[in-house]
Design a protein around this ligand. Structure first.
Ligand SMILES: C[S@@+](CC[C@H](N)C(=O)[O-])C[C@H]1O[C@@H](n2cnc3c(N)ncnc32)[C@H](O)[C@@H]1O
Ligand SMILES: [Zn+2]
Length: 258
């Protein structure tokens, strides 16, 4: 972590500035300490998410994730890395942008984002699961992608207000207990005029009775989720598109300037 990245970080509990050290980061206001595990700081405000507790469900998801992605690719007949590049390419991310990959999982979005922002951009990635951030770290290193990776909770983001040009969220919004809080947090950390993309499961109207839609909803009820358009400020003028054979939605919008 270099100094210029530290200016983006805030204590997830109190919003204070944070100082780094090899074994733990510390809030300069409330003095909370945040452990660094495998070079990844765990910036978690909630005590239930201290290392070793509270994330076993998410870590089990990590173990299943490569298999799940392979099954999707076969079922949807798509090559996911290419599809990610195509979908992320539509968001409006520019060279030099500072971008957050929100709920990064094992980091599948990172190559597409890194190639859009180029060497003058800055890439941050966060996820609540320890296993996922470790996988993202390994993946980014293997691909020679410079990314600042943090373990963090989407409901208490450890980032400063108005600091990202773009926030990319693929795949968890439907699972959040408090979707409004998660979207408000994304809006808080995005610069006015910055762009936000939310992609998750959802069947395109008119396709509910196809065999693919029925199979997906049967295997995973999250596919009956609706795009959370009501949680996006009306002034943001959200653009909704149905993607991946009409079984996912992508919403792209800009944070209003006032
Ligand atoms: C379906 S995966 C998507 C991963 C990745 N964005 C992708 O496109 O492959 C959902 C991710 O959300 C993470 N997640 C779930 N709840 C979270 C929370 N409250 N805060 C941060 N990450 C969370 C999970 O650990 C998991 O990695
Ligand atoms: Zn603090």
């Amino acid at each position: 972590m270099n100094f210029s990245s530290l200016e983006y970080i805030r204590c997830p509990a109190c919003g204070g500035k944070v100082a780094t050290a090899p074994r733990a980061w510390q809030c300069l206001s409330c003095r909370r300490s945040y452990p660094v595990e495998d070079e990844i700081p765990a910036l978690l405000a909630q005590p239930q998410f201290t290392p070793g507790e509270g994330d076993t469900g998410l870590d089990a998801e990590t173990a299943r994730y490569p298999l799940l992605m392979a099954a999707f690719a076969l079922l949807l007949r798509v090559w996911l890395p290419a599809e990610r590049r195509r979908l992320i390419g539509r968001i409006g991310i520019l060279p030099g942008d500072v971008v957050l990959d929100h709920c990064t999982g094992p980091g599948g979005n990172l190559p597409a984002i890194a190639s859009l922002i180029g060497p003058s951009g800055k890439l941050f990635a966060m996820d609540l699961s320890r296993a996922m951030v470790r996988a993202a770290q390994r993946f980014a290193r293997a691909k020679h992608i410079a990314a600042e990776i943090h373990r963090a909770d989407a409901l208490h983001l450890p980032y400063a207000d108005n600091c990202f040009n773009a926030v990319v969220h693929y795949g968890a919004i439907n699972q959040f207990a408090d979707q409004r809080k998660a979207i408000d947090e994304i809006l808080r950390v995005t610069k006015p005029g910055g762009v936000i993309a939310l992609l998750d499961e959802g069947i395109e109207p008119g396709k509910e009775n196809t065999w693919l839609a029925k199979l997906l909803v049967w295997k995973n009820p999250l596919f009956s989720s609706r795009p959370p358009l009501d949680l996006i400020p009306p002034k943001a003028n959200p653009r909704l598109e149905w993607v991946l054979r009409g079984v996912f939605y992508q919403i792209i919008f800009r944070k209003p300037s006032v």
